[in-house]
Design a protein around this ligand. Structure first.
Ligand SMILES: Cc1ncc(COP(=O)(O)O)c(C=O)c1O
Length: 478
């Protein structure tokens, strides 16, 4: 596999390594400070060159069956049946390159980052900062200085709510969310509204309840709108937001825009330079990386305007007993020892996924997602699948949240599990959306790049058996 060949400074440190205390940098001698300044000056070129060198042998690898060898976990039996893993919207599986990258970190160069002058620490810092660059490439950031490493998307949204939100949202200001948001994009704003007296407005669903009603969205906009925070791709409906329209409207009313890209970054090309958002968030564990790490991307001038959230080591410039000054972003928002091996794993995942080609990933998912939808819809007229039909103007994600009339989603999922098929059931952290849909729960099958049509067939077969099992049971009981 060819790597992205990201440029690394001659000292072996990545150009985007956050600044250590200035005193520390001079003590180290060498040209660290100069490199740091160069990194800042050339930030915009870093990902441009990395992006243009993206051709890789991975881009020749067929998706689906051919990829499965890269995912050792998929080759196992569950409840005596070959595993069919269709819970990818909750978390994806991890390819060997990610497992190996994390293992190498612990077996070859484990040390704290940005602190030591010794070889292991330099290597750990280099790998850690390269991971930031790899994620920057995946999301199209023009500089890795815009990529804040956080624990997950949830933390990224909380960070914005507690920094930009606390400083800029006042009583009577309005925040536009939607009824389809994941709890991660509802609760932080509820907490902010409770602190500030801001008003939350929610975009409702279209009359067929398949996606967000953009006319309603427009009607909610006003000079009081300070922030719009919406899901790019819904983890339940699978609908895809018209981000160009939303960004245009946000600009028109002078509101900031945050996009929850948890279900888009893993599955389609996402280019933050053209998205029109001020921030996006994504979680590594959903794009083939480890859990415990994710990203907040923000336009640099917006990040620069934000106060720190958590205080502690690393995020400072100078600390005195009674006050401190703070580092520039992204370091300003990364207090304490980070999840080092996990971040390195996330970088390996970003590089691997980007190497496959996100256009190809998206095309494959459209194909398997449509197959999943159509096979599932044909199981029984009692099956309701939520969200838009495939083939619509905005497409839909390769997931299907559904219910079978007369059956509880958890019972369905339990029986599917007995057949080796892993799907999620419950409210998928979208309780308000389920209320809108008139149900308390749904089952959800979500496919990814390593799933095959044969697996969808097994899922459909197991679901057909499940329905028959419950019908027989109910028949016997009546
Ligand atoms: C659309 C969406 N937003 C946010 C999240 C929260 O992600 P995390 O728990 O990794 O922070 C998820 C996870 O399921 C999601 O699907």
């Amino acid at each position: 596999m060819r790597s992205l060949s990201l440029p690394i400074s001659t000292s072996g440190r990545a150009p985007c390594a956050p600044a250590m205390s200035k005193r520390g940098m001079f003590i180290q001698g060498s040209n660290w400070w100069k490199l740091r300044r160069e990194a800042v000056a050339h930030g915009a070129d870093i990902t441009a060159s990395a992006r243009s060198s993206s051709s890789s042998s991975l881009s020749q690898l067929a998706l689906g069956e051919s990829l499965r060898a890269e995912f050792p976990i998929l080759d196992q039996q569950v409840n005596g049946q070959p595993l069919v893993y269709l819970d990818n919207a909750a978390t994806s599986q991890k390819p060997r390159v990610v497992l190996e990258a994390m293992s190498r970190c612990y077996t070859e160069y484990n040390a704290n980052v940005h602190r030591g002058v010794h070889a292991l620490s330099a290597k750990a810092t280099q790998e850690y900062e390269q991971a930031r660059e790899k994620v920057a490439v995946l999301i199209g950031a023009s500089t890795c200085r815009e990529v804040v490493i956080v624990r997950n998307a949830t933390e990224g949204i909380n960070l914005v709510a507690n920094t930009w939100g606390s400083a800029n949202i006042k009583q009577g200001d309005e925040i536009i969310l939607s009824v389809a948001e994941h709890h991660a994009n509802l609760v932080p704003w509820q907490l902010l509204a409770a602190r500030t007296g801001a008003v939350l407005r929610h975009v409702r669903l279209t009359p067929d309840k398949s996606q967000l009603d953009m006319d309603h969205f427009r009607s909610l906009l006003s000079p009081r709108t300070r922030l719009i925070s919406l899901v790019h791709v819904s983890n339940v409906l699978g609908c895809v937001l018209d981000t160009a329209y939303v960004a245009e409207q946000a600009r028109r009313v002078g509101a900031k825009l945050l996009l929850d890209c948890c279900q888009s970054v893993p599955h389609m090309p996402v280019d933050v330079r053209s998205l029109g958002a001020d921030w996006i968030v994504a979680s590594s564990h959903k794009f083939c990386g480890p859990s415990g790490v994710g990203i907040l991307w923000g336009r640099y001038e917006v990040l620069e305007s934000m106060d720190p959230w958590m205080g502690g080591g690393e995020m400072i410039a100078d600390v005195h007993l009674d006050h401190s000054t703070f580092a520039m972003p992204p370091t300003r928002f990364e207090a304490g020892t980070p999840a080092i091996a996990e971040t390195i794993g996330m970088g390996a995942a970003a590089e691997w996924l980007y190497g496959l080609g996100m256009e190809r990933v998206h095309a494959y998912e459209e194909k398997i997602g449509t197959y999943l939808y159509e096979r599932l819809a044909a199981v029984s007229p009692r099956v309701t699948i939520y969200g838009p039909r495939p083939g619509g103007p905005r497409g839909r994600a390769s997931l299907a949240a559904f219910n079978v009339e007369g059956l509880h989603a958890t019972d369905v999922s339990t029986l599917l599990d007995m057949a080796g098929v892993a799907v999620r059931s419950g409210h998928h952290c979208a309780q308000p959306l389920h209320r809108e849909l008139g149900v308390s729960a749904s089952a959800r099958a979500s496919a990814y790049i390593y799933n095959t049509e044969a697996e969808v067939d097994k899922f459909v077969e197991a679901l057909t058996d499940t329905i028959k099992f419950f019908d027989d049971m109910h028949g016997a009981a009546s």
